[in-house]
Design a protein. Structure first.
Lengths: 502, 153
């Protein structure tokens, strides 16, 4: 069938600059570039270009430019080029549209409509370069009252559950081994260990080579129960029950058999080459009471030494669900917003299901406070953070910490081309092809991750100092330090913030 | 002295090391002129590939270098200051005995008019050799080794 799909990008080559070194040819896993010896020229098949910019980045003479295909489709507000191309694709294939990464639709990004406060004249700001500034964060259930027993160094606070100690309120989101390469997992683990924070295994289990980073690992228990066994639970610093994912609330996962290599089959405890299918629900969880049973089973299995988190996608009723989760005994509630990433999701689900994390966070924090159970669990939010400004606003809205997924991948080289589901990631991230996965050197990638998180931490300290605050704890849930710009009264009410000028 | 070590587990086979080696040993040291205008010098580093396995190989600057022993004219010698094995192009007569004896295949004919050999000189004009500096994945690393490199190959 003749395809009607227009190439998304044009690849332009400056022939004067091109030295025919063929770096682009060798680096493109989609085989968009081809060297022709007869013509001594490099040709491009633009229909294969995914816009990941690997060739552009590595071209030693900067001879390449990738730009959006300027071909116009007939002007129509309704039938935009994207709508046309998606319809053609489905007419040609008959399939569900697949995509990767988070929703990139023009939904309002509330972080951009929220501004921070700063001290002027009447309350002094603090210079974080001269004075101590505390970003340390503890995740886990806190007691209702502060009662202590014992004397001196043996003095202990009563009723304090197991806690996770974070040196900075940022962790790396759940991304499974299988969705990403082993090297990428190792980079996340190394960076988390160096930063004094945590990364999350996702639902794909934990390879034994990474057990040494266990003290900085949150191990996930998802509906497929892949790789869940006693050693896995023992190795972790905390456990997380994954109910939902922001990119695809309400549906499960599917790792195609081609990606289930020997090592992945061992780690996930499934036969090599078989599809790894995560059911949409946990088949043993149909109520909050069922969830409580799994939480307590995991706590029993780990001798009540590790906090248990429950991760849900941000949906309409998140606040009530979160209340149930806390009452079911979870120590941490993780909420993943509509802009959260994924290795593969049906496009329509990713773009249409779920709610923005800003609103879900505000609603959940409000609800837990109103019910007087906010202390019983920490709130971790994920899905749509792009910089330290977003992170600090989330904390002021009521989050204890954030999960960074896409920003972590971006730090390691991801260009958000959304072709993760093809398994041909040119940056060596979302692939199991040994030729591609070695493109990600975990030492280099871990250094990039550490640099980025350190930079964000410095920025958060600067912003805290500007507000005259010397500990992140003092900003947590302090929505008076936030103002909305251009938001409706309803949005302001849900976010629990005043409008700028008020 | 310095040594360059390949790390095959991270070599992506992009061959940027070869390209920048050619540029560094060209007349103008300009990448476009080196490839399109001038006589293109022989590369001193080569990426060996088999399937998904690849690594960049250049002269190991052996402690007991067979090429130095084999050289008829004394062109191939060890630099007393840096410990690197280097070839004096003016003394080299192009007999290629060094090519025969090199166990790594790291010495190559230079296609230029003098028919001399070309090999890695550790880029004496640069702080970090061109192949190491331009490897996008740190699959080539430079290490400072004590003395004349007795730990190296």
């Amino acid at each position: 069938m003749k395809s009607y799909i227009l190439p998304e990008f044009l690849v332009e080559r400056d022939d004067y600059r091109c030295i025919r070194c063929e770096v682009c040819v060798r680096q493109c896993a989609f085989e968009a570039h081809r060297y022709d010896a007869d013509e001594d020229a490099v040709f491009v098949d633009e229909s294969k270009c995914c816009g990941c910019l690997r060739c552009v980045t590595l071209c030693p003479t900067r001879a390449l430019t990738v730009r959006r295909n300027p071909t116009q489709t007939p002007d129509n507000y309704n039938w935009t080029r994207e709508q046309l191309m998606d319809a053609y694709k489905q007419a040609e294939t008959g399939g569900v549209l697949l995509t990767g990464m988070g929703c990139g639709r023009e939904l309002p990004i509330y972080w951009d409509r929220i501004v921070l406060d700063a001290s002027q004249v009447t309350n002094p700001s603090i210079d974080p370069l001269r004075e101590p500034m505390e970003l340390r964060t503890w995740l886990g259930a806190k007691p209702d009252r502060l009662d202590s027993q014992g004397e001196g160094k043996r003095r202990r606070i009563e009723g304090m559950g197991p806690q996770l100690k974070l040196e900075t309120p940022m962790m790396f989101s759940a991304i499974s081994y299988g969705a990403i390469s082993y090297n990428t997992c190792e980079a996340l683990a190394r960076a988390a260990a160096e930063l004094g924070t945590y990364y999350n295994t996702g639902e794909g289990g934990l390879r034994r080579d990474l057990y040494k980073y266990g003290r900085h690992t949150i191990c996930q228990v998802a509906s497929g129960r892949f790789g869940v066994h006693a050693d896995y639970l023992e190795a972790a610093a905390a456990l997380e029950i994954k109910i939902g994912q922001g990119a695809k609330p309400g549906i499960g996962g599917h790792l195609p058999g081609e990606k289930v290599s020997l090592e992945i089959s061992r780690t996930r405890m499934i036969p090599e080459g078989s599809d790894a299918i995560s059911p949409a629900p946990h088949h043993d969880i149909y109520s909050i009471e069922d969830l409580a049973q799994l939480i307590y089973a995991l706590k029993e299995a780990t001798h009540w030494t590790k906090p248990v988190s429950v991760k849900i996608a941000a949906v309409h009723n998140s606040a009530a669900i979160a209340s149930g989760i806390v009452r079911a005994g979870a120590d941490i509630v993780a909420i993943d917003g509509i802009r959260g990433g994924t290795g593969a999701a049906p496009t329509r689900i990713r773009d249409n299901v779920g709610i923005p994390i800003e609103l879900a966070l505000a609603a959940v924090d409000d609800r837990l406070r109103a019910e007087g159970i906010r202390n019983r669990a920490s709130i971790v939010v994920a899905g749509g953070f792009r910089n330290s400004g977003d992170v600090i606003k989330a904390i002021a809205l009521g989050a204890d910490a954030v999960y960074l997924g896409t920003p972590a991948l971006v730090a390691m080289g991801c260009h958000v081309c959304r072709k993760c589901y093809t398994g041909k990631c040119n940056w060596g991230i979302a692939t199991q092809d040994p030729y591609l996965s070695k493109r990600l050197n975990p030492e280099l990638a871990a250094r990039r991750l550490v640099n980025m998180i350190n930079a964000w931490s410095h920025e958060i300290m600067e912003m805290l100092g500007g507000m005259g605050i010397n500990a992140i704890e003092s900003l947590r849930g302090n929505r008076l330090r936030l103002r909305g710009v251009g938001l409706s009264r309803e949005e302001l009410d849900i976010l629990g913030i005043k409008h700028a000028g008020e | 002295m310095i040594r360059i070590y390949p790390r095959e587990e991270y070599c992506t086979g992009c061959r940027l090391c070869e390209i920048h080696c050619i540029v560094e040993h060209s007349e103008s040291r300009d990448i476009i002129k080196a490839f399109k205008r001038e006589r293109r010098p022989q590369k001193r580093v080569e990426v060996e590939e088999s399937g998904h396995l690849s690594f960049a190989l250049q002269c190991r600057h052996c402690d007991e270098a067979p090429c130095v022993d084999a050289c008829l004219t004394g062109a191939m010698r060890r630099d007393a200051r840096t410990g690197a094995v280097i070839n004096d192009r003016d003394r080299c007569v192009g007999c290629w005995t060094c090519i025969l004896v090199c166990p790594y295949g790291a010495v190559r004919r230079d296609a230029g008019e003098h028919k001399v050999v070309a090999k890695c000189d550790l880029c004496p004009h640069l702080e970090v050799p061109a192949c190491v500096a331009n490897c996008p994945n740190e699959a080539l690393v430079m290490e400072e080794v004590p003395g004349d490199g007795d730990q190296a190959l």
